[in-house]
Ligand binder design. Sequence first.
Ligand SMILES: [Zn+2]
Ligand SMILES: [Zn+2]
Length: 378
Amino acid sequence: MVDLPKKAKAAVWVKAGAPVEIREYPVVPPPPGHVLVKIERANICGSDLHMYRGDAFAGMPLPFAFVMGHEMMGSVAALGEGVERDARGNTLSPGDLVTFSYFRGCGTCGVCLSGREYACFFSLISIVSDADEAPHFKGGWAEYYYVRPGQKVFKVPEGVSPQLAAGCNCALAQVIHGLRTVGLRYGDQVVIQGAGGLGLYATAVARKMGASKIVVIDGIQARLDLAKEFGADEVVSMQAVPDAKERTSFVKGLTNGGSDVCIEVVGRAVAVNEGVRMLQRGGRYLIMGSINPRDFVKLDPSICVTQNLTLYGVCLYDPICLGYALDFVREAGHKLPMDKMSARTFALTEVNQAIEAADALSNQKTTALRVQLTMEGR
Ligand SMILES: [Zn+2]
Ligand SMILES: [Zn+2]
């Protein structure tokens, strides 16, 4: 065990839209089955912003304050009794760099028992938990984190930087899980709606999975240029082709009458109606970016029936995808311009400025997509 401080800092959400508070909580040795991780890096993800504003909770006021953050990595500070290895059987020791799934299923419901822990309701709500309840450190924007039994820990492979490893346990693992779910096969043509973090990762992963043609659609030219560097064959600017019908026929032209797979990672419901029309008969559509409740779309379901389309929605991921994400970054991280996605890095104590900076990114016409927190210098 490395020496533990008596107390450490955590960024705590108190009320929707109110400044996040830096609070101190006691640090104690991890209980049996737990891993105490000293967080090094954490990202501000789009869904963190939804939680910050409170719109992620769909009108249900949260009865407690919670430590924010779910995309993070760090080093093992101490292992609880009974924990010796990571999810892939590698020996764990204090000081090892690790990342881990940020959720855990109940383990007993029918969904968990069928092996789909990511679809368990408890997995979703386990992301936020009462900060005043020990062991307090249950969010990524903090100096420490107690990984609880049921969460899967993965050792960060050598050669993977903390900056890149931090994005693995949400964005990249999510994309890999999504593409596996939609059944992407060698030779498939893929249309990706949105060139944000998920879209760029989806482009690179689809390429590696054997997609024969990848078309990426976005409104920001710099991001489309970056999508090409991530492996897109064709990019479609929403500025150049602003009309949805025209865009659909343009994409159909690029894909010989329609793609096999279309992926929504733009976070706007209206994209769904457009995306299903870009598929060829028998195509598969994946909804992965639309997390805003009450963002509706008018859709003619007879298209899905008469054209034999399949629609998938995914949230969270099969934990094995976190291992695949780390392997992907180890192999491809130095070949892809991943650094172009990162915006600024802030200290934990500057968390409110970091939130503001992350919020402003969506309006900027750049490729900067990720704001990171670093826990150094405490
Ligand atoms: Zn995330
Ligand atoms: Zn369950």
